[in-house]
Ligand binder design. Structure first.
Ligand SMILES: Nc1ncnc2c1ncn2[C@@H]1O[C@H](COP(=O)(O)OP(=O)(O)O)[C@@H](O)[C@H]1O
Ligand SMILES: N[C@@H](CC(=O)OP(=O)(O)O)C(=O)O
Length: 373
């Protein structure tokens, strides 16, 4: 059997037929060497429209609930089951449409819902955890040189209800299938990789390679580019993720254990100090990667600081960069902040700090070590 490759296309990349046909161009160079498995998200913002639809009904449900004074938990459970069925339908359509487009381009293809594999989850509707996946059907299709197009985001509970895996979790479907097949996982987006900041709102720089740990932290703190549950799963099962543009040729970002030295500022050249209760950081603020910003080197940082926040002394800022929430470090952060009072007042309530290695005390080093382990 050829080596398997999972290719996941996000909602923005499958927004219409023209875009899907562009996505398909990404498949042909890989098709001869690999057995391809496609995973798709719902077209564009279909899932949000479905969420809106559900919320219109749910508010009426609450009134009905009060009228009938039924058992709140069981009524909630029934409405969650129905909501997940509705929410999952965006991916069902998308899998069918993508598969039809593949057929139109001359490939043999079959669309699959999560339950057809099946991807068995717990019954935590709306944010279900994967418990077991069978690759039997996918392997049969691969052997027949047929490309399976799997609807992302979907699972099935032990009681045979459709579940969804959580917001943006088609990435998780893709990574979980890749883990089962010992395959790499390509995630195609409308951006060309993971950037130091959201490329649509700031002048970030593309990162060539990134550790699971850094991506996990960034995703957890709001970087929308790869779903947090997917990164966690990839780390656990050692699945290499490549984030690339669906429409451009340039190389993207690799997320793995083999990351290049220059891109790991937060764990190698600097110390992450965990903090608690940080406030949301305005997008124009210097530290945005979701809520994080990673710089490859001092010069990059200085340029960014200079271009984006002229009020802040770049010299002092060199001592400050980043963050993760945790109880132990809060007092410690406040002490550091006092040392750099000018910066602290600039930062106001932003509890984000990162200390370059050369400035770090032993305590800071210990905190860092305990965090990155
Ligand atoms: N650090 C980051 N790097 C790249 N994209 C980011 C980052 N933070 C936020 N984003 C945003 O994440 C979005 C995800 O890409 P998109 O293709 O829209 O997602 P989807 O796969 O869900 O359709 C991008 O449009 C980009 O603006
Ligand atoms: N459509 C689902 C799942 C998903 O992963 O979507 P996307 O890959 O477009 O973020 C959602 O919006 O949550």
């Amino acid at each position: 059997m050829k080596r398997c490759l999972v290719m996941k296309f996000g909602g923005a990349t499958v927004a219409d037929i023209d875009k899907i046909k562009h996505c398909i161009k990404k498949i042909s160079p890989k098709f001869n060497e690999h057995s391809i498995i496609i995973v798709v998200s719902a077209m564009n913002d279909t899932t949000n429209q479905l969420r809106d639809l559900i919320s219109q009904i749910s508010s009426e449900n609450e009134c009905a609930l009060e009228k009938h004074s039924g058992n709140l938990n069981s009524i909630k459970k029934y409405s969650n089951i129905a909501s997940d069925l509705i929410l999952s339908s965006g991916e069902t359509i998308s899998a069918g449409v993508f598969s039809l487009c593949l057929q139109d381009c001359g490939y043999k293809s079959i669309p699959l819902c999560g339950w057809q594999l099946p991807i068995v989850t717990d019954d935590n509707y709306g944010d279900a955890e994967i418990q077991q996946i069978s690759m039997k059907y996918i392997k049969e299709l691969i052997n027949q040189k047929t490309i399976p197009v799997v609807a992302g985001f979907q699972g099935i509970s032990p009681s045979k209800n459709i579940t969804t895996l959580g917001e943006s979790s088609s990435d998780l479907t893709a990574v979980a299938i890749a883990a089962e097949l010992n395959a790499d996982c390509y995630i195609y987006k409308n951006v060309s990789g993971v950037f130091t900041c959201d490329p649509n709102s700031n002048s970030g720089k593309k990162i060539d390679s990134l550790s699971y740990e850094n991506m996990e932290i960034a995703s957890k703190h709001g970087a929308k580019v790869v779903c947090y549950k997917a990164v966690k799963y990839a780390k656990k099962h050692n699945v290499k993720i490549f984030v690339e543009s669906a429409f451009q040729k340039e190389s993207g970002t690799m997320i793995s254990n083999n990351f290049s030295q220059k891109n790991i500022v937060t764990s190698q050249q600097a110390f992450i100090i965990p903090l608690e209760n940080h406030d949301p950081i305005p997008s124009e603020h210097i530290f945005t990667f979701g809520k994080w910003c990673i710089f490859s080197n001092q010069e990059e940082f200085e340029n960014y600081a200079l271009n984006n926040n002229k009020n802040i002394s770049k010299q002092k800022y060199m001592k400050i960069t980043l963050i993760h929430p945790s109880k132990i470090a809060k007092d410690h952060f406040l002490n550091i902040a006092k040392k750099y009072s000018e910066i602290y007042s600039c930062m106001d309530s932003y509890s984000w700090i990162c200390i370059e290695k050369k400035y770090a005390s032993n305590l800071e080093k210990d905190l860092h070590e305990s965090f990155v382990k």
